[in-house]
Write a protein that binds this ligand. Structure first.
Ligand code: PHE
Length: 494
């Protein structure tokens, strides 16, 4: 994503393993103690890391990582590591974090906000009980540094170590997370999550009575008059089971009630501020003034059971904002705290910030444009975002045939019909167009009746948030996309 040719500030380059600079270093906005350096024996024209040499390594923040056939993280994605939007005091992602943290105060909750995003596959998946064939593990969905190391795909990657650390009854973790995904106004390969958890210890609660202790704690939570739909039972034997060998249904009823009330309180805190902002901005539309409504739906996560998602009715639609549930006891047993039980949740900060500040496009969060950044101040002053001028779209189509055989050179990505994945197209477009691409949509798909080959057509919307793109610029980007699709995915252009 984002090459120098597209007008971005970051310059990519490579240096030799021996230390002799061939190109320059990856220049990133400096955060003290955090520096990225790529080591390679070859200078690559493209910032995609090649996978064909075992001798090469990636050095990130002073740590060396071997590159192997699993490596799929481009330098453009690594250049996000030092941005830390959730820590920049007046950034909307950070303000959202601060508002949510108020609902989970210390000392009950410890706030972890500076955990490094490179984690092991064991942390991100194994420790949480993800099955081996879970789609989240695939290279089409996750950025691998190498076969054992990934950019975390969620803040839950740190649950096990924090449980093991066992510093307080609860915690929140706010952090950047990384996922290969679609390109549109609500998806970006880097975003921020806040994880929260609360535990009770069987040996520490009065009389060993978890049920009583949890209900007593719930009584101390702030009350609210939010309209809540919760049509499903807390526990459902097939759809949302109790961990019967570890928990009683009374314990889970109490823990789930505490979880739900805590998160409803968080929503009230957030959306009452959003409403105040909307009204202050003169927006008194019926949907803004309508009482806030939320609903609980059943969900599935490998590391909680039962599990739920919370949706908020906001300006005419139900929006999923978080996932949560009763933590799997295996996780706590493995973390050396078998006597504890409780809940966890994970919320997408950009998702919430888009609602809180009326920010229409997720790319804006990464903008360094003062017209964006100067609009936000503190959590006491939430204000509705005032869009600067909207620049015209420039649509370009690309159509291609997927390869019919599975031959593939050098361990690169394959694009035959069986293992083609749309996220690989997205990655090529992001790598070249960066923030100049607003969305990418599949507009046509067909299989040749005789040869059986599959053809796809994608429509790319080139539109900058900051300026008007010329047709020449869009053409140049688009030609690079076409070439790279051939080179990386082996497709045949039509
Ligand atoms: N990690 C989950 C996600 O990214 C969210 C979650 C966190 C769900 C904690 C349950 C408990 O979707």
């Amino acid at each position: 994503m984002k090459l120098a040719a597209t007008g971005r500030a970051v310059r990519l380059a490579w240096s030799k393993r021996s230390g002799t600079a061939i190109g320059a270093r990856l220049r990133v906005e400096a955060r003290p103690q955090q520096q990225l350096r790529f080591q390679s024996t070859v200078v690559l024209q493209t910032p995609i890391i090649e996978h064909n040499s075992k001798t090469r390594s990636l050095e990130i923040d002073g740590k060396s990582h071997a590159i192997d056939e699993w490596t799929n993280v481009p330098p453009s994605i690594l250049s996000f590591l030092p941005r830390n939007l959730h820590l920049r005091p007046s950034h909307p992602v950070s303000i959202t974090r601060q508002v949510i943290e108020r609902s989970f105060p210390s000392p009950t909750y410890t706030h972890y906000n500076d955990i490094h995003p490179i984690v092991t596959v064991a942390q991100n998946f194994d420790s949480l009980g993800f099955p081996q064939d879970h789609p989240g593990r695939s290279r089409t969905d996750t950025y691998y540094i190498n076969k054992d190391t990934v950019l975390r795909t969620h803040t839950s990657a740190h649950e096990a170590e924090i449980f093991r650390d066992n510093k307080s009854e609860g915690y929140t973790i706010s952090a950047d997370v990384y996922r290969r995904d679609a390109i549109d106004r609500s998806h970006y390969p880097v975003f921020h999550q806040m994880e929260g958890s609360r535990m009770w210890d069987r040996r520490k609660v009065p009389g060993g009575d978890i049920v009583k202790a949890v209900w007593a704690d719930l009584e101390r939570l702030p009350k609210h008059d939010l309209e809540v739909e919760d049509p499903n039972p807390t526990i459902h034997p097939e759809r949302n089971p109790l961990q019967g060998e570890h928990h009683s249904s009374e314990e889970v009823e109490a823990i789930a009630a505490h979880l739900k009330r805590s998160l409803e309180g968080m929503v009230v805190e957030l959306f009452s501020r959003a409403k105040k902002a909307a009204v202050a901005a003169g927006n008194t539309n019926a949907d803004v003034m309508e009482p806030l409504k939320v609903r609980w739906v059943e969900a599935y996560f490998p590391f909680t059971s039962p599990s739920y998602e919370l949706e908020v009715f906001w300006q005419g639609d139900w929006l999923e904002i978080l996932g949560c549930g009763v933590t799997k006891q295996e996780l706590l047993i493995n973390a050396g705290v078998p006597d504890q039980l409780g809940w966890a949740f994970g919320v997408g900060l950009e998702r919430v910030a888009m609602l809180l500040f009326s920010i229409p496009d997720i790319r804006l969060f990464w903008s360094k444009d003062p017209r964006f950044l100067s609009q936000f101040s503190t959590m006491e002053n939430i204000n509705t975002f005032v869009p600067f001028s909207r620049h015209p779209s420039c649509y370009k189509d690309v159509s291609f045939w997927l390869r019919s055989s599975s031959s593939s050179a050098g361990g690169g990505l394959k694009a035959n019909a069986q293992d083609f994945h749309e996220n690989d197209v997205m990655e090529v477009v992001r790598d070249i167009g960066g923030d100049l691409v607003e969305d990418v949509k599949l507009t046509d798909e067909f299989t040749h009746p005789v040869s059986g080959r599959r053809s796809l057509c994608y429509r790319i919307n080139y539109r900058s948030l900051e300026r008007t793109l010329t047709n020449e610029e869009a053409n140049e980007l688009h030609n690079s996309v076409r070439e790279r699709l051939v080179k990386k995915l082996g497709v045949e252009l039509r």
